[in-house]
Design a protein around this ligand. Sequence first.
Ligand code: CO
Length: 214
Amino acid sequence: MLDHLFQNNIHWSERMTDQDPAFFQKLLNQQTPEYLWIGCADSRVPANEIVDLMPGELFVHRNVANVVVHTDLNCLSVLQYAVDVLKVKHIIVCGHYGCGGIRAALNNDRLGLIDNWLRHVQDVRKKYEAPLLAIADDTHRSDKLCELNVVEQVVNVCETTIIQDAWARGQQVAVHSWIYGLNNGRVQDLGMCVTERDALLGAYDSAIRKLVHD
Ligand code: CO
């Protein structure tokens, strides 16, 4: 069963050791990634490949529609380990255009259990109901919600006790808002980058102003 995947794995590990015979040995004892990636589980948005980073360079958490929920022990544990133990310097919340989870949340699609998870995206939708409804084109409206969702999730990251405590003790960690284009493979910075507690509100206001009013 799944022989082709084992074959792929053998070829991949051989390629890696051809390039650097000590590659896996070096990774064995430590990982020192500088970045935490919080992205969508979508198979078309593979974190390491998009930013061309090697194993050991990117700590990754992915879920449907890249949502950061205040009580999600899974995401919070990844965040805490990344910040407190690995001491990552950057946290990248990366959404993507054409996100199926975002579209489902926008259209009230009934897909099963996941509808409950996507309620968090519907909270974002509700918050920006008027500007979203003002967009006539379905794809553009969905893509706007993809952008707004990233900004809201950046706020959620920043509001966690993990990030608040890190900033309070002077640890340098920046939270970024990115979005990825399935159509061209390009990442775009949505302009909200937060590096300290007092900067959150201003960064949020200016990001929303740019996304909603420009
Ligand atoms: Co998605």
